[in-house]
Design a protein around this ligand. Structure first.
Ligand code: 6PG
Ligand code: NI
Length: 183
């Protein structure tokens, strides 16, 4: 009798996990009140529309253990602003994370505790080292799904309230594709 040596499996092209113990969460437009610059435009779009899905392996959240998940951020705009994740600091501020671009094109918005923001392009094969003490948000500037694999500490948690006033910059539609607006 051979032991079961089949590990979890992800399709690199789509970011889809094969069958297994998965946790899934869909974030819809109605969950993102106040996140986009043009709140009236958000209210005119269907609240049940899914903006992003997160699927993660159901592994241990204990100190020292790691979570693995994929975010699928759909293409679209609210007013002149590209679809994006809510964005967060980790509740355990010192905990970092690594993102890997799988498909689509977008941006990773990073912001430190001093409020200094910067962007990294996300594309197939891009690798993003998110340091500790750094908030992060994905933005889909392309016309297809943006999927990114992430690995982060099980103890990291999420602090959304610390960004209640938003990030220091927004990525808006422009004739060039996208442009940065500073709040
Ligand atoms: C995490 C990861 C990632 C993130 C999703 C959704 O720390 O869990 O950064 O899985 O949670 O991309 O983004 P929001 O948590 O900001 O909605
Ligand atoms: Ni995170």
């Amino acid at each position: 009798n051979l032991p079961d040596i089949q590990p979890p499996q992800v399709d690199w092209a789509s970011g889809a996990f094969a069958d297994g113990p998965l946790l899934s969460k869909s974030t819809r437009l109605r969950d993102l009140a106040g996140i986009f610059a043009d709140e009236p435009a958000r209210q005119q779009l269907p609240g049940e529309q899914v903006i992003y899905d997160v699927e993660m392996l159901a592994t241990s959240p204990a100190e020292g253990e790691l979570y693995t998940g994929v975010t699928h951020l759909y293409p679209g705009r609210v007013g002149g602003e590209y679809f994006m994740t809510r964005g967060h600091f980790h509740a355990r501020r010192e905990q970092g994370e690594v993102y890997f671009g799988l498909r689509g094109n977008g941006l990773l918005l990073l912001q430190n505790e001093q409020g200094e923001a910067r962007l990294e392009k996300v594309f197939t094969g891009s690798v993003h080292i998110i340091p500790g003490f750094t908030a992060h948000r994905l933005i889909n500037t392309g016309g297809e799904v943006l999927s990114a694999l992430a690995v982060w500490p099980g103890v990291a948690g999420h602090d959304y309230a610390a960004l209640a006033n938003g990030f220091a910059l927004r990525v808006m539609v422009s004739s060039e594709g996208w442009e940065v607006h500073h709040d």
